[in-house]
Design a protein around this ligand. Structure first.
Ligand SMILES: Cc1cc2nc3c(=O)[nH]c(=O)nc-3n(C[C@H](O)[C@H](O)[C@H](O)COP(=O)(O)OP(=O)(O)OC[C@H]3O[C@@H](n4cnc5c(N)ncnc54)[C@H](O)[C@@H]3O)c2cc1C
Length: 270
């Protein structure tokens, strides 16, 4: 097996490097992947601009089918892009791409048409609505309730550690739809919730660093249209397991982020 990159892949890597060099300030040191750095006021405008630029290059969800705004590109090209973005610590790379993967897997045709193109064009940012004060590692202990009514689901409860929700267009939210299910993992459903919906209150959590990347979010009779249910009602366990793969498998980002730190350390020592 030949592990070398093809000429086309090497040319793509060069294109990405040139783009990054032209788009970032010459003295750019890089930011970590994740919400903390981007919550700095001086970085956020650049983060937003970079996300939009990546969208206009066709580099968000580039392996997705063309009918949803993707390029039908190879996984290898997407990997090269991720390597270069994380190595230079490009700000703005958003969890929306991971959420798009989940919508591709579980969404209806209408949901794919509605939610994916705004992601690939870099117009929207997403957030994850999973953690609660008593449901972290043990996510299936979550208590936020979603009660089905004629035309919607009504949410009541509290979440915490919701990253970047003040800037997010959508929150992929996990809620309990059947409190009597034989196993707690079986009574959960997933929704796409507009954070500007009536009944949502956010309280940003300021950390020791002075940054406030996370929020506590309170849901008080929030009405979510039925067409925003992702996957089957009470079928949230499958979505959750897939979501962990899509959202948390950013080891590549962490690895190349660490490579940048190592190179900067060597440079400093010299
Ligand atoms: C950078 C960052 C961004 C985040 N963004 C979001 C977000 O956008 N949306 C969101 O919903 N959440 C977010 N979170 C929250 C995150 O998902 C939770 O912190 C995580 O699920 C762990 O939950 P917890 O903090 O309640 O810790 P706990 O579950 O209380 O765990 C605390 C410690 O106990 C250990 N532990 C727990 N259970 C056991 C057990 N049974 N046996 C042995 N050890 C155990 C854990 O390994 C850990 O070391 C974010 C967290 C971070 C750090």
């Amino acid at each position: 097996m030949d592990f070398r990159f093809t000429e086309e892949e090497e040319a793509f890597r060069k294109e990405v490097r040139d783009f990054i060099r032209e788009s970032l300030p010459p003295d750019w040191l890089g930011v970590d992947p994740g919400p903390e750095e981007e919550s700095r006021e001086e970085i956020y405008p650049l983060a937003l601009e970079m996300w939009r630029k990546l969208g206009s290059k066709g580099w968000i969800g580039m392996s997705w089918p063309k009918e949803y705004g993707g390029q039908g590109a190879s996984l290898m090209k997407e990997t090269i892009l991720a390597e270069e973005l994380s190595h230079r610590g490009v700000p703005g790379v958003d969890v929306a791409q991971a959420h798009g993967e989940i919508i591709l897997m579980f969404g209806t045709e209408e949901q794919k048409q509605r939610f994916l193109p705004p992601i690939t064009s870099g117009e929207v940012k997403y957030t994850i609505g999973m953690s609660e004060p008593n449901a972290g590692s043990d996510l299936f202990a979550l208590q936020l309730r979603a009660v089905e009514e004629a035309d919607c689901f009504v949410l009541n409860g509290q979440q915490i550690w919701t990253s970047g929700i003040p800037h997010a267009a959508w929150c992929m939210l996990y809620a309990r739809t059947d409190p009597d299910a034989p196993k707690k993992s079986l009574g959960i459903s997933v929704f796409l919730v507009d954070p500007k919906s009536s009944g949502i209150t956010m309280r940003q959590i300021t950390q020791m660093t002075g940054l406030a990347p996370f929020s506590e979010v309170f849901y008080d009779n929030v009405r979510v249209p039925k067409e925003n249910l992702l996957g089957e009602k009470n079928g949230g366990r499958a979505v959750t397991m897939y979501a962990f793969g899509a959202e948390r498998s950013y080891g590549l980002f962490v690895l190349h982020n660490a490579r940048r730190y190592f190179e900067q350390l060597v440079q400093y020592c010299k």
